[in-house]
Design a protein around this ligand. Structure first.
Ligand code: UT7
Length: 333
């Protein structure tokens, strides 16, 4: 899907995030599976992750992040026209987590729906929000990315369980004001022929949950790590290049790269390709692990808080995830 360079139609007005309080370190995982801190740190860059308690759902985390974003935007729940939710871990399969969050927030004027683009969710969501605004369907879109990855991970599989964390990020998106700020370019793509390199085989409509699914543990995430790694590097470089070109800028112009936080080695390769020096790359994978679609909005929110993505900053965001899906946006904050 292609968008040409043009004046911004929508802008990110504010962001918010939620992290569960419970910190689980690499050392904690050593007692659960055959792994060690050194392997996890050198292969992924992860030191610790936050995991939600049993009683905390994806909707709870999403609503908490959304409340902060709404407060910073100076809006109330009633101002939200469309509530978009990206999640690979819905609390229930029916209805959508978006409707659960809509109820928690009391955003009674909002249309609400989930979409599933895995780790690329925040960037797919930016394009959805922009399209709704450009179509005149919304003045205020609330985009929430919430992931309780711990609920779909096989805690006996060391190849995946050490990689993920739980959390939520949110953004309020409204029409651009013609001052140069806003979403300057977008690029988002998919390749479903590679779906089985990163997926949950069982528990859906094709193989509904039954004893065999449980025995095979096929309702948990399965990943061919090395193949996914190669595709991630290739796709994130592809997306970064296209988004920069469509915005009419180069890596030199970028103030901050906010990449998906799956693996520090993927982040480094993407930054190198886009010619963005390490000091302009936001990294928090060490503290959170991979929170799927929540990774980028949590990172963006931290970057804003730290003054690294302040008003007027040119930010490049790049993501890759299950599907496969990949995407990039250039945004003037
Ligand atoms: O969110 C988007 C999707 N996800 C990603 O982007 C993740 C992409 N993939 C990766 O980040 C990396 O491929 C991993 C971090 C998952 C794995 O790193 P790798 O360098 O590709 O390692 P590998 O899978 O090739 O495994 C190397 C070795 C294997 O042992 P042998 O066969 O060489 O003896 C694994 O069994 O490391 C072993 N291993 C572990 N050892 C200790 C795998 N997981 C672990 C572990 N602790 N947790």
């Amino acid at each position: 899907m292609i968008q040409a360079a043009r004046p911004a139609r929508a802008r990110i007005v504010s962001t918010g995030r939620f992290s569960p309080p419970r910190v689980v370190t690499n050392h904690d995982l050593e007692s659960m599976v055959e792994t060690n801190d050194e392997w996890i740190r050198t292969r992924t860059g992860i030191t610790e992750r936050r995991l939600a308690d049993k009683d905390t759902g994806a909707a709870d985390m999403g609503a908490a992040a959304a409340r902060i974003a709404m407060e910073r935007a100076g809006i109330t729940a009633a101002d939200v026209d469309i509530l978009l939710v990206s999640t690979a871990t819905p609390d229930r399969l029916l209805p959508s987590t978006a409707c659960d969050i809509q109820a928690l927030l009391g955003s009674h004027n909002a249309a609400a729906y989930d979409f599933a683009s895995a780790c690329s969710g925040f960037l797919y969501g930016l394009s959805l929000a922009e399209a709704h605004i450009a179509a005149g369907q919304a003045k205020t879109v609330l985009l929430v990315c919430t992931e309780k990855m711990s609920s779909i991970i096989d805690w006996t599989d060391r190849a995946t369980c050490v990689l993920f964390g739980d959390g939520a990020g949110a953004a309020v998106i409204q029409p651009a004001e013609g001052d140069g700020r806003g979403i300057l370019s977008g690029y988002f793509k998919s390749d479903g022929t590679l779906a089985e390199l990163l997926y949950r085989p069982g528990g859906g409509a094709r193989y509904p949950l039954d004893i065999a699914v449980l025995d095979e543990r096929s309702h948990f995430v399965k990943m061919a790590g090395a193949e996914v790694f190669k595709s991630a590097v290739r796709s994130m470089c592809d997306a970064a290049g296209h988004a920069l070109e469509r915005a009419g800028v180069t890596g030199d112009d970028v103030d901050l790269l906010v990449p998906h936080q799956a693996n520090i080695r993927i982040i480094d390769a993407t930054a190198k390709y886009a010619k963005i020096p390490p000091e302009k790359v936001f990294v928090n994978v060490d503290r959170y692990g991979n929170m799927s679609s929540a990774s980028i909005p949590v990172a963006l929110d931290e970057a804003v808080e730290q003054g690294r993505a302040g008003e007027g900053a040119l930010v490049l965001m790049v993501a890759f995830g299950a599907g496969f899906t990949w995407a990039a946006n250039v945004v003037r904050m």
